[in-house]
Design a protein around this ligand. Structure first.
Ligand SMILES: [Zn+2]
Length: 229
């Protein structure tokens, strides 16, 4: 039976979706993750349905805020910019309630491996353009790898972390994000999930280093801008 036949059969038999009460739409988290098919933010992290907006792309990348190059063109940052405005300007929150943006990279990421090895194919038009936003991340990691004699796995792990650092920095280029941080209504979190174990390493906002979440002390000052200052 094909994967599509299984989906249709479940609908016919009424065994999916389950008859549970639909959840309320009350997101407190904007989760930006990779499209990787092995990961499921709701199940892996244990967020209840209705509590998180899920935005996924290759590599969990956030582009810098860019202006349109002409009046009738749409800048490449429009998609993420619109999600940020939807989450921060239009999702209701209780007074003084803090919202959270999580940028969640992961280990063994195909997008980052393509970036690492310049592995786009001759029929790929958009992939190289998309991954070009990691150009400076790659250059920084490769320069460090040369000095430290890293192997392929070391380089990939460094790319995973540096890519999240860049995406967090890029988030800060959106006025709507700066406004929410200034108002004390937003915390930003950088993660790398181990794809095999689903254990999370979390970026320390003061040092920008990644530490196992289970061992990390809670921050007294969670404003991630401290580490980029
Ligand atoms: Zn990935």
């Amino acid at each position: 039976m094909s994967i599509m036949d299984k989906i249709r059969l479940r609908q016919e038999l009424g065994v999916w979706p389950s008859a549970a009460t639909p959840p309320e739409h009350r997101p407190e988290i904007l989760y930006i993750g990779c499209v990787d098919a092995r990961l499921d933010p709701i199940d892996d992290i244990g967020i209840d349905k209705g509590k998180a907006l899920i935005f996924r792309n290759i590599g969990a990348l956030v582009r810098r805020n860019e202006s349109a190059t002409s009046a009738d063109s749409v800048p490449p940052s429009a998609s993420i910019g619109a999600v940020l405005e939807f989450f921060l300007n239009h999702i209701p929150a209780a007074p003084a309630q803090v919202k959270h943006i999580i940028i969640s990279g992961h280990t063994d990421c195909g997008g980052l491996q393509a970036c690492q090895h310049n592995a786009c194919g001759e029929h790929d038009h958009y992939l190289p353009l998309y991954l070009d936003s990691l150009k400076s991340v790659r250059a920084k990691v490769m320069a460090e790898a040369k000095i430290k004699g890293w192997n392929d796995a070391d380089i990939l792990h460094a790319l995973e972390k540096e890519s999240v650092r860049q995406s967090v920095a890029n988030l800060l280029t959106y006025p709507v994000v700066q406004r929410a941080l200034d108002d004390g209504l937003l915390e930003i979190h950088g993660w790398v999930i181990d794809t095999a174990t689903q254990r999370i390493a979390e970026m320390n906002p003061a040092t920008l280093e990644f530490e196992p979440m289970a061992e990390r002390a809670q921050d007294k000052n969670p404003d991630v801008r401290a580490g980029y200052g």
